[in-house]
Write a protein of this length. Structure first.
Length: 117
């Protein structure tokens, strides 16, 4: 059974940086597209970033473009979200999702990111 575990969240001041990790077990990570979403209190879960199976063509929400970088290391079965120049409005629970189009979609449990002003 494929499982995801996110880590790397925490409390940071505005302008700071965090790197989130998403580690996959029980499956072949390289077969999956990887995405990050976030959900702020009282709001819908929003798309943040996506990367293909071959670590190419990263795609970002406009709100994070130029500040966040998505990447993956298939050999380590781990994906990353490097977040720089963080703003209070980036405060949310961040979720990793992996999927094989037309078949499997799996979510992680989420990790809290809090940015203080």
């Amino acid at each position: 059974q494929v499982q995801l575990v996110e880590s790397g969240g925490g409390l940071v001041q505005a302008g700071g940086s965090l790197r989130l990790s998403c580690t996959v077990s029980g499956g072949t990570f390289s077969n999956y597209i990887m995405e990050w979403f976030r959900q702020a209190p009282g709001k819908a879960r929003d798309f943040v970033a996506r990367i293909t199976t071959s670590d190419s063509d990263p795609y970002y929400a406009d709100s994070v473009k130029g500040r966040f970088t998505i990447s993956r290391d298939n050999a380590k079965s781990t994906g990353y979200l490097q977040m720089n120049s963080l703003k209070p409005e980036d405060t949310a629970v961040y979720y990793c999702r992996i999927r094989r189009p037309g078949t499997t979609t799996i979510w992680g449990q989420g990790t809290q990111v809090t940015v203080s002003s």
